[in-house]
Design a protein around this ligand. Structure first.
Ligand code: SAM
Length: 345
């Protein structure tokens, strides 16, 4: 029996869903508009997929849920719009600050559904974008307009997988909650151990592309820029790759595996990308390589999501709170709401 329900917004291929299911959750609503992502999602999970979230106008279409999960795409806010409203000297809700962005859709669903908790995930740059103002607007909306107790942390996936991948996790509770981000268990396997034994030759770069990438990197180095390809040696037991991006399908230059002196390096296969993101091997990949690279590059490190989800769950399950309450931390309100949650579930 599942211990809590959640909705999976901007679901992609369901990386967040895997993590929350492992933490005991039941997904009761999914939104993802990209048909290729939907194809991968449907090959791996049951249930209907709602398309464009901006078209969710009748809130009845989204069921009541305990946790809202969303890896919303990064979009800047129109700060000009905000200052215009501020200039009028009136306090405005989140609508004026965020309308036209997908974060607005997240906020309006939280507003309508008031889930016990949410978890949002985004690129690390969200914190520093526009000198911190974008992130400030998000926090202000979640804390002040929606009244949630918000916690956030940038977490690097490399504790769990051999990939440097920093993402911000924003967790909110409807009531004040002494939530703490977990230390991600060190379960990292060596890069070598996630590689396929004999990948097709098509993943090896052509001599031309390899020469081009080396020339390009040399020019940039000469100009003082650090950007180039990211070559890793799979024989190195401590090898950690750069971040897999949605653009990996282009030339794959951010993560190249050396193959000795006699061959140019090769790209990861889609299955290796899946493993680099912590997906299990029974995860089906029904799309082309190009689509698969995009989908895994957009996704999440599943064991990181799972660890955060488990920590969130601790505060959603009154029985656990009663069994092992960090006494000074459990507030009356928390227990009250927890009991209400228990009664409702
Ligand atoms: C950063 S990815 C999230 C990936 C997801 N966390 C995963 O594990 O695969 C953002 C996703 O939002 C989807 N998306 C963007 N705009 C959308 C919209 N208006 N309605 C529904 N999905 C949308 C994109 O297609 C993309 O798959």
């Amino acid at each position: 029996m599942s211990s809590f329900t959640f909705v999976d917004l901007f679901a992609g291929i369901g990386g967040m869903r895997l993590g929350f299911e492992r933490a005991g959750g039941e997904c009761i609503f999914t939104s993802e508009w990209d048909t290729y992502a939907q194809k991968t999602y449907s090959a791996n999970f049951d249930g209907e997929i709602f398309g464009d979230i901006t078209r969710l106008t009748n809130m009845e279409d989204c069921p009541e849920h305990d946790v809202l999960v969303a890896g919303f795409p990064f979009q800047p806010f129109s700060i000009a719009g905000v200052s215009k409203h501020n200039a009028l000297g009136r306090a405005h809700g989140f609508q004026n600050k965020t309308q036209g962005t997908l974060f607005f859709d997240v906020a309006r669903i939280i507003d309508a559904k008031r889930p016990a908790a949410f978890m949002l995930e985004n690129v690390k740059n969200l914190v520093s974008h526009d000198r911190g103002r974008t992130f400030e607007t998000i926090l202000d909306t979640l804390e002040n307009d929606l009244g949630y107790d918000v916690h956030w942390k940038v977490i690097d996936g490399q504790a769990a997988v051999p990939q440097h991948r920093e993402r911000i996790y924003i967790v909110g509770f409807r009531i004040p909650t002494p939530f703490k981000f977990p230390v991600i268990p060190n379960t990292r396997v060596a890069l070598q151990d996630i590689l396929e034994p004999s990948p097709e030759f098509k993943y090896t770069l052509t001599i031309n592309l390899w020469n081009y990438l080396q020339d390009y990197a040399a020019k940039h180095r000469a100009a003082g820029n650090g950007f180039g390809f990211g070559l890793v040696d799979p024989e190195d037991p401590n090898a950690v790759t750069r971040t897999l991006s949605a653009r990996y399908y282009k030339d794959g230059s951010e993560i190249l595996l050396s193959q000795g002196d006699r061959l140019p390096p090769r790209r990861l296969t889609p299955r290796e990308c899946a493993r680099l993101m912590g997906f299990p091997d029974d995860f089906k990949i029904p799309v082309s390589d190009t689509r698969a690279y995009k989908q895994f590059g957009n996704s999440v490190v599943v064991p990181v999501v799972e660890a955060v989800a488990r920590e969130i769950t601790r505060w959603l399950r009154p029985r656990q709170i009663e069994l092992a309450p960090p006494r000074e931390l459990v507030t009356g309100r928390l227990l009250e709401e927890s009991n209400a949650f228990d009664a409702a579930s």
